[in-house]
Design a protein around this ligand. Structure first.
Ligand SMILES: N[C@@H](CCC(=O)N[C@@H](CS)C(=O)NCC(=O)O)C(=O)O
Length: 241
């Protein structure tokens, strides 16, 4: 059994999509990040960066004590290695999958995250910051679009095979409206996105939002929530353990 410490955000969706795809038994432990659950000592013990997602695998393949992990890319890779599923098995395909997984983790995720922050959460509209992150999001969408011009999936031989590389990027392109991107400018990405959206596992993963966080996106952040999420600095880490 896998414990998934989860909230209904793009990085959280990556892991529910994967687990739904491969059918590993898991249990969700909601971490409501706008209420401060990410600072609870029991969560920090497995996720010292106070960010979701995190997992605890109570049945590691090699036996022994449970393995806990934070960082969505590390979690996807761990689960793919555990199950042998949704990662190409040949050397070349596996290298491609890792390359695009790291691309998402180091590029698309952080840039789109800042795009969302400066467009929707920042207390003041800073045109340079908004433009910088919108343009960088668009550039990264174009990179993905180009990669998909002659293939169905990001990594693997032939037309590619569905893998953790696709799963990592999908949630960060699904929210293109929020990121102020015109999806019709990226037709290959749009085709890929539609194919992933139509998968049963993707539908089940996103359906969890209704049960775990039915009020999602209903209300703007309160001042207290804003402080919790965006008022963090070194002292936040030092005073919590
Ligand atoms: N690089 C991390 C990023 C995780 C992350 O930013 N999680 C956000 C939600 S998508 C979070 O937990 N935020 C809580 C906070 O900022 O206190 C990953 O991919 O796991």
């Amino acid at each position: 059994m896998i414990d998934l410490h989860y909230w209904t955000t793009p990085n959280g969706h990556k892991i529910t999509i994967y687990l739904e795809e491969v059918g590993l038994p898991y249990r969700i432990l909601p971490v409501n990040i706008s209420k401060g659950d990410q600072f609870k000592p029991e969560f920090l013990a497995i996720a010292p960066n106070n960010r979701i997602p995190a997992i605890v695998d109570h049945e590691p393949s090699g036996g022994g004590a449970p393995i806990s992990l934070f960082e969505s890319g590390a979690i996807l890779l761990y689960l793919a290695e555990k199950t042998g599923k949704l990662i190409p098995q040949d050397e070349r395909g596996r290298a491609e999958a890792l390359q695009w997984l790291f691309w998402q983790m180091a590029g698309l995720g952080p840039m789109a995250g800042q795009n969302g922050h400066f467009n929707h959460a920042a207390p003041e509209k800073i045109p340079y910051a908004i433009s910088r992150y919108e343009r960088e999001t668009a550039r990264l969408f174009a990179v993905l679009d180009k990669r998909l011009q002659d293939r169905d999936f990001v990594a693997g031989g032939g037309r590619g095979e569905y893998s953790i590389a696709d799963i990592a990027s999908y949630p960060w392109t699904k929210n293109y409206v929020r990121l102020n991107q015109k999806i019709e400018d990226f037709p290959n990405l749009q085709r890929w996105q539609r194919a992933i959206a139509a998968r049963g596992a993707t539908e089940r993963a996103y359906a969890l939002v209704e049960t775990i966080n039915p009020s999602k996106a209903a209300a703007p952040l309160t001042e207290e929530e804003r402080q919790l999420l965006y008022g963090q600095d070194a002292s936040t880490v030092k005073r919590r353990s």
